[in-house]
Design a protein around this ligand. Structure first.
Ligand SMILES: NC(=O)c1ccc[n+]([C@@H]2O[C@H](COP(=O)([O-])OP(=O)(O)OC[C@H]3O[C@@H](n4cnc5c(N)ncnc54)[C@H](OP(=O)(O)O)[C@@H]3O)[C@@H](O)[C@H]2O)c1
Length: 269
């Protein structure tokens, strides 16, 4: 049977941050479409377990690559490990956060976040984008965040990294369209994953499955996508109803109320 998704994006996808949260969900949904997968993260035992499940359930092939994407030259190790695989879809999903007052996270942790959330996805998009353009087809999914749309006091640096990703993805979407390469930024609000572990369940916290489905369904259709009515409304309010300063004040006041880390003054490691 003809599989349009595979015709467009080839038979192999690479997912970063595949050991938990949204990355695991990307792996299941892409495997269900028949794609073979390269699973990338640091915790190899989790990737190995996931690979076993995927191979058994979807009858696909899986390759696990243990990699720390904050390391200098991580791309050489990664590219060497998959040199003989023709990747057609890149899911630039790995990320971390650092929340609370500006000086709560140490400089080291913040620099690690900068590297993981911006440098690594840029390098991978650069390397794979070149191959996709040469081939005349392919796709790149970036995981950004709704925090990308306006300034977020108490989530300042994280939101800035996600704004970088959104801007990069939108520009690449425009430039790559005529090369038949699809680029999209997924902009989730709070979603169940290790990142939100311990957060109270409620309408603000989405399941990973519909979040990931929104990205996959909209690849090739839009430059960015916001999953969920509440998240869409929040972005609309902050970017269309309020001006930039109003959005900063509103978001700051809200996060000061709801983020426990916003009220802790002691620097964290
Ligand atoms: N959950 C939310 O509410 C939410 C909202 C908006 C956006 N996002 C974004 O969604 C993406 C996925 O996050 P998640 O929510 O699924 O969180 P998660 O469950 O914590 O997953 C993060 C993933 O990134 C990987 N990772 C972390 N540090 C790494 C490193 N140095 N090198 C390689 N991989 C690394 C982790 O694997 P290892 O620890 O095994 O390396 C894990 O697989 C992130 O970009 C995040 O910013 C999440």
């Amino acid at each position: 049977m003809k599989n349009d998704f595979i015709e467009k994006y080839g038979t192999w996808a690479l997912i970063t941050g595949a050991s938990s949260g949204l990355g695991v969900e990307f792996a299941h949904q892409l495997a269900a479409k028949g794609l073979n997968l390269i699973l990338v993260a640091r915790r190899k035992h989790l990737l190995d377990e996931l690979a076993l499940q995927l191979v058994e359930k979807y009858k696909i092939q899986c390759q696990v690559v243990e990699a720390d994407l904050t390391l200098d030259n991580f791309q050489h190790t990664l590219m060497n490990a998959i040199a003989d695989i023709d990747v057609g879809l890149l899911v630039n999903n790995a990320g971390m956060n650092c929340e609370g007052q500006f000086y709560r996270g140490s400089l080291d942790r913040n620099l690690q976040m900068l590297e993981l959330n911006t440098r690594a996805p840029y390098i991978l998009a650069y390397e794979f984008g070149k191959k996709f353009i040469e081939r005349g087809r392919g796709g790149i999914i970036f995981t950004s965040s709704i925090s990308a749309f306006n300034a977020h006091p108490f989530l300042s640096h994280y939101a800035a990294t996600k704004a970088y990703i959104l801007s990069l993805a939108e520009s690449m979407n425009y430039e790559f369209k005529e090369k038949n390469v699809d680029v999209i930024a997924l902009c989730p609000g709070m979603t169940k994953s290790e990142m939100t572990k311990g957060m109270k369940d409620g309408p603000l916290l989405m399941e990973a499955a519909p979040v990931v489905k929104t990205a996959i369904d909209n690849l090739g259709k839009t430059a960015y996508v916001i999953p969920g009515f509440i998240n869409k409304t929040q972005v609309f309010f902050n970017s269309r109803i309020l001006n930039r300063s109003g959005a900063t004040h509103f978001t700051g006041a809200l996060l000061k109320k709801v983020l426990p880390a916003a009220n802790k003054k002691k620097p964290s490691k």
